[in-house]
Design a protein around this ligand. Structure first.
Ligand code: ATP
Ligand code: MG
Ligand code: FE
Length: 374
């Protein structure tokens, strides 16, 4: 039993061939980071065009690596939500076309549910980086020593994993869910402005650390003093499950230049100062994420926390969540570092939909999902 999963929600064009048991037979990721770097953020039109150029070679490469052809597939899965409209469209149109050509059922997956499903996938693999990738492959995400992470949940069945609280911390989302199983999730709260990853990227830009800058900020933070700057922990004690990171972003900006400083001068950005800014910023983000996750766990009486998305690769977050899990006695499952950022392997969640007979029709449309509460 093998399926092809396609991912094109943001700026990674990815495909993977995964078995029902979660084994990865083929995988290819083409990142667009170099294309967007000069803009300090993902430019939607550029992203869509790049997906269009890369999607077929990426699919070809993953099928070839798996040593199979379209006729061997049981289904074709594609993330149809949420994401950038133009980006989503390329993946969805490709998946529909192949489903039609190869006469295979189509499965639509929610990219955020897939980020959490990555918690159930454990293998470490080396994806093929498409020759069409602009520039060098991504450096590996900021990894953590395996001993600080509870082993990945067993793959025998959902019963052992759920119910759970799910925390998504990515470039576009910061969301807490109550998860009844892999695909039955209730939104508890989320960011009212910037996502955690977005805040990391903006701070990286302010300090000229490149884009996307989460990994760079985390690296600098390791050398810094996390109480050098008193940055705000917005909404930490407001009793909701919502988050806000734009005030923190502004506080960082004001610490570096202008009105936040009494003499309106700019900070001299020595290496020590950069490290202190990064450490103090990172601590502020992580404190709020950990506090709200803990409260969601205790208020819902569940015993497990699943964490996925690019920022889940952050070491400080992993460390503080591990400490919280030990203190509060819940089970922590964080996605493996290489499955935190966008990839198609987490599209293995499609098997859960196949098992329930939840297929999409060939007139499947995209759902960008821009509204809060998605
Ligand atoms: P979404 O899934 O919400 O649509 P996305 O797919 O763009 O957004 P991901 O690929 O899951 O997001 O994550 C990318 C984000 O993770 C970027 O903002 C990046 O800076 C951040 N990130 C990656 N590694 C780290 C790290 N070690 N520490 C902090 N942030 C990180
Ligand atoms: Mg990306
Ligand atoms: Fe993502």
């Amino acid at each position: 039993d093998v399926l092809l999963a396609i991912e094109s929600t943001c700026d990674e064009t990815a495909a993977a061939v995964v078995t029902r048991s979660g084994r990865v037979l083929g995988e290819c990721i083409a990142t667009q980071e170099k294309l967007h770097e000069q803009f300090g953020g993902v430019v939607p039109e550029i992203a869509a065009r790049a997906h269009l150029e890369r999607i077929l070679p990426v699919i070809d490469t993953s099928l070839h690596q798996a040593g199979i052809s379209g006729s061997d597939l049981q289904a074709i899965a594609v993330a149809d939500r949420p994401g950038l409209a133009g980006s989503l469209l390329v993946g969805v149109v490709a998946a529909k076309s192949l489903a039609m050509a190869w006469q295979k059922p189509l499965v639509a997956i929610n990219h955020l549910h897939a980020h959490l499903y990555a918690c159930q996938l454990s293998q470490s693999r080396q994806p093929t980086t498409s020759p069409q990738s602009a520039g060098q492959p991504d450096s590996a995400p900021d990894s953590t020593s395996p001993s600080t992470v509870t082993t990945a949940a067993d793959e025998k069945g959902d019963t052992s994993v759920y119910p759970a609280i799910g925390l998504i911390v990515s470039g576009g989302h910061t969301t807490l869910y109550l998860c009844r199983d892999a695909i039955d999730l209730t939104y508890l709260g989320g960011t009212i402005d910037d996502a955690a990853g977005e805040a990391f990227d903006k701070v990286a830009t302010m300090l000229s650390l490149g884009f996307p800058g989460g990994v760079a900020v985390a690296k600098w933070a390791e050398q810094g003093n996390d109480s050098a700057f008193a940055f705000p922990r917005s909404m930490q004690h407001d009793g909701s499950y919502d988050f806000s990171f734009s005030g923190l972003k502004t506080a960082v900006r004001y610490a570096i230049v202008g009105p936040g400083r009494q003499d309106f001068s700019s900070l001299e950005l020595t290496d020590d100062v950069k490290a202190d800014v990064c450490a103090s910023f990172e601590a502020a983000v992580v404190d709020v994420l950990v506090a709200k996750s803990r409260r969601a766990i205790s208020e819902h009486g569940v015993r497990r926390l699943l964490v996925g998305g690019g920022v889940a690769a952050n070491r400080r977050l992993r460390r503080q969540l591990t400490e919280a899990a030990q203190q509060d006695g819940f089970d922590l499952v964080i996605a493996p570092p290489e499955l935190c950022t966008d990839n198609a392997v987490m599209g293995a969640i499609a098997w859960k939909k196949i098992d329930r007979g939840e297929f999409a029709s060939l007139d499947l449309d995209i759902t960008p999902g821009l509204q809060r509460g998605f």
